[in-house]
Design a protein around this ligand. Structure first.
Ligand SMILES: *Cc1c(COP(=O)(O)O)cnc(C)c1O
Length: 495
């Protein structure tokens, strides 16, 4: 299978090449030339498999240059009991008759980014061998909090890789910050940026598209690679859990094979929900994909109007991993829905960078509103959802999951659609203790670690082990940079 750039279809690579490169030189994102279809009977077979086997089955459809035995090895290690505290890896929790939560936070960093970042390092190191690359990879990451830690955990002490993570200084929670600044590993670097997530992400993107920097690093024996959700190796493992959740619902008798279901996804960079869209394109019976946003509702407006306009106020919310005005993965959706029109996609992206906005064609607009629904909520509504679900069901949601839950309720109220729906639960509530405690009407006036104990007491639930163990960690990284100083940080890191 070939991978092509969304901005120039003539750029055509193998999966290994696309994963090693991350982002195309023309600024485009790699997409599979054709989306493989689930064969007749595939869902039945997948229902009889465990998560690791399902992952191998689905990923192999996209990675024909990787062997099944390689993929078996990756999934055994990446999704094994040493990394995930649930034997089913991504369990589905039933809240009521037609509402379920797909829990994607049982991995080492307690957020859904682990699902992909436990695979990407294996994809990448193996890609270096397959492509005959002699240089070392330098992974640059801009993070709104969860990606950074998950990437550090995935890549720490991996041979032939160095990883540098930039996070917005005022845009992550105490616990997220401590998770990153206490990271172990001899090949890791962490630095805060004075600015918001988009500043950090733009800084990283700029380095990727700078030919002088590329030459300079090549001479030092490095090439830049990405662990952000623009890398195909990040997106692919996320397709698996949509299909897996569907199988779990079939196995539990909640749906019959063939029934359509909705997925409601707390969205930032549009990676998670796009993976759901790929699953649907493969033939998974999906009715609507509901795109949930916080007060940064650029995607809600886009889905409703066909105009993407990032010229708006940026809000710092209690669901920080969704505080994003530039949803990079939307580019892939535009490419697919334009019928693979690279010139059209490139033009939207040019307008986005020159004017901060673009309006899609009527065809794309129509297709978007057929496939997707959308809703947004503010922090008050997020807190109310956390409180209500805990009081009524004893189920504890994190702030991001709560945004999605609220969106599902609004969608149901607006449309009357009572299709079985899966809320994609993207983080443990313990990653956002302060906000969750406040939502429950408790004081959160204490340091990040004391909050973990407090949330345990208040809810009678148990914090995940990786977060509890933060108590014994020391801070290793205290560097910060201005947005125009990020390149210097990288050069120093590699020297
Ligand atoms: C990254 C993240 C999201 C947003 O996912 P995208 O793929 O960027 O849309 C939502 N919730 C949490 C907890 C996250 O870490």
């Amino acid at each position: 299978m070939r991978y092509i750039s969304t901005r120039d279809k003539k750029v055509s690579l193998t999966a290994a090449e696309a994963i090693a490169m991350g982002l195309s030189r023309d600024g485009g994102l790699f997409v599979p030339e054709v989306v493989p279809a689930l064969a007749d009977g595939a869902i039945e077979s997948l229902c009889g498999m465990n998560y690791q086997q399902r992952a191998v089955y689905v990923m192999k459809m996209y990675l024909d240059d990787y062997s099944v035995s390689e993929l078996n090895d990756f999934t055994q290690r990446g999704y094994g009991p040493a990394k995930f505290d649930s034997p089913t890896v991504a369990p589905v929790y039933k809240l009521d008759g037609n509402t379920h939560f797909l829990e994607l936070w049982h991995g080492p960093t307690c957020a859904f980014k682990d699902m992909a970042l436990q695979m990407l390092p294996y994809f990448l190191t193996s890609a270096l061998v397959k492509t005959g690359e002699k240089k070392q990879a330098c992974i640059l990451v801009a993070t709104s909090g969860d990606t950074g830690k998950a990437a550090l955990e995935g890549f720490k002490d991996v041979d032939r890789v160095k990883i540098m993570v930039f996070y917005p200084r005022d845009g992550v929670s105490d616990i997220q910050k401590l998770q990153m600044t206490s990271q172990s590993g001899k090949n890791v670097g962490v630095c805060s940026v004075i600015g918001n997530f988009d500043d950090a992400q733009n800084g990283v993107k700029k380095m990727f598209s700078d030919p002088d920097l590329r030459d300079e690093l090549a001479q030092a024996g490095y090439f830049l690679s990405s662990a952000n959700s623009i890398n195909w190796g990040r997106l692919l493992p996320q397709i698996v859990y949509y299909i897996s959740a569907y199988c779990d619902l079939v196995n539990a008798g909640d749906i019959k094979n063939g029934d359509k279901i909705n997925f409601c996804v707390p969205t930032g960079n549009f990676g998670d929900i796009l993976a759901g869209y790929y699953a649907k394109c493969m033939g998974l019976p999906v009715n609507k994909l509901i795109c949930a946003s916080n007060s940064n509702d650029v995607l809600t407006d886009f889905i409703k109007t066909g105009t993407y306009d990032r010229n708006r106020k940026f809000y710092t919310t209690i669901s920080p991993s969704m505080d994003i005005l530039l949803s990079s993965n939307l580019e892939r959706l535009l490419f697919i829905l334009s019928g693979g029109n690279d010139a059209e996609t490139a033009e939207y992206m040019r307008l986005l960078s020159s004017d901060g906005k673009y309006t899609v064609s009527d065809e794309i607009k129509r297709a978007v509103s057929e496939e997707f629904a959308c809703s947004c909520c503010d922090d008050g509504e997020t807190r109310a959802a956390i409180c209500r679900v805990f009081r009524e069901h004893g189920y504890l949601m994190d702030t991001h999951t709560a945004v999605a839950y609220d969106a599902l309720n609004k969608y149901r109220a607006e449309t009357g659609d009572d299709t079985v729906s899966v809320v994609v639960s993207t983080a443990s509530a313990y990653k956002f203790c302060g906000s969750v405690l406040e939502a429950l009407g408790e004081s959160a006036d204490m340091d990040g670690l004391a909050l973990i104990d407090r949330l345990e007491q208040v809810t009678g639930t148990e914090a995940p082990a990786p977060l509890k163990s933060l108590k014994n960690k020391t801070v290793r990284f205290t560097d910060f940079a201005k947005k125009d100083g990020m390149e210097t940080v990288v050069k120093e890191f590699l020297s």
